[in-house]
Write a protein that binds this ligand. Sequence first.
Ligand code: ZN
Length: 416
Amino acid sequence: MITERLYYADSYSTTFEANLISTTTVNGAPAAILDRTCFYPTSGGQPHDTGTLNGAAALDVIVRESDGAVLHVLDRALGAGRVSGQVDWVRRFDHMQHHTGQHILSQAFVRLTRAETVGFHMSPDSITIDLNRPDLAPATVDAAEDLANQIVTENRPVRAWFPADDELAALALRKVPDVEGKFRVVAVEGFDVTACGGTHVARTGEIGLIKVLRTERRGDILRVEFRCGGRALRDYRLKNALLHQIAAEMTTGFADLPAVLAKLRDENKALRRDLRQVQALALAHEAETLWAAGEQASGVRLVLAAFAERDAGELRQLVQQVIARPSTVMVCAASGAKAQLIAARSDDVALDMVAVLKRGLAVWGIERGGGRPSFAQGGGGAVSPAEVQAALQAAAEHIRQAGEYHTSEDGEQCAS
Ligand SMILES: [Zn+2]
């Protein structure tokens, strides 16, 4: 049998008595079918009600396609007999405010822009309508919002009923459903008439504020995110608190925040540019100091350097600057969780730095690494400062023992 839907006639009742007609399961959960119910089942963009039946929590409420019965999906099965139902009012009223607010906002867009509402979505974190005109200017959206709120403050009656056929023919419906037989109509007096099976407030004043939060163009549609009543207040409260918090941290009034943030962004950009210049100078100075402290070995200047955790990119830049000097070989390493070892030489030294690198990495027991004959790099594992020293010494020993390196402008000669 088809469940009698008590909310059609009265959205405000939250308690009711009913008879259990049958039981079934939905995805393994017990579900009850009653002869009558106040529970709104998910449909028409509006989520289902929550509440209890004889103390069992209603987890979901859905319409069975085959016969239109309302299935109350519960956290436990009901016993036979009478059922006392209780609908959660806070959630119901939130849906009533938003569904009525949606009708008004949709009609406001029709009146001002002829934009039709082609979609409606309501969930705990988002409420949207989709308009079939993606090109609406912000001022037009503001005007629709103003008109909607005017209808709210006029506190107009809202009526929901099943009109007879002759009455229906005379109604100018904003939206005609593609359903067989009789359907329900919801009218905001003197403003909007549309087909709808949802739950609504009795007078528009109960909706409270209707606020558009943002619009988003999605292909041929404009998605309009909005809030009504209690949710609009909570949204305002949250954003007001956030704005004041940010303004306090910036030590300015919130109206001045855009200018203050723009100034901060520009200052940040300038500071980054200055910092890069200072870092370049510091790196050049460090390279000069390291090179000056290097030893003469096998006819080249050998520069050894150990670092604690250091950025790999910065380390490479430092090495490039040192080996820009002629007849120079540099081996350096940084300890830490992702240790790095670099072995490099100036172009005029004929020495395979990949072999030098491998000698150092062998001390760490790491095989990951390689590069060009003039610049090789490896590492990646966790290495202590003592192990860094050991690797540097092993690499340096390899260089010292290899004998004199003939150097040339093209760097193609081999060790003697
Ligand atoms: Zn509705």
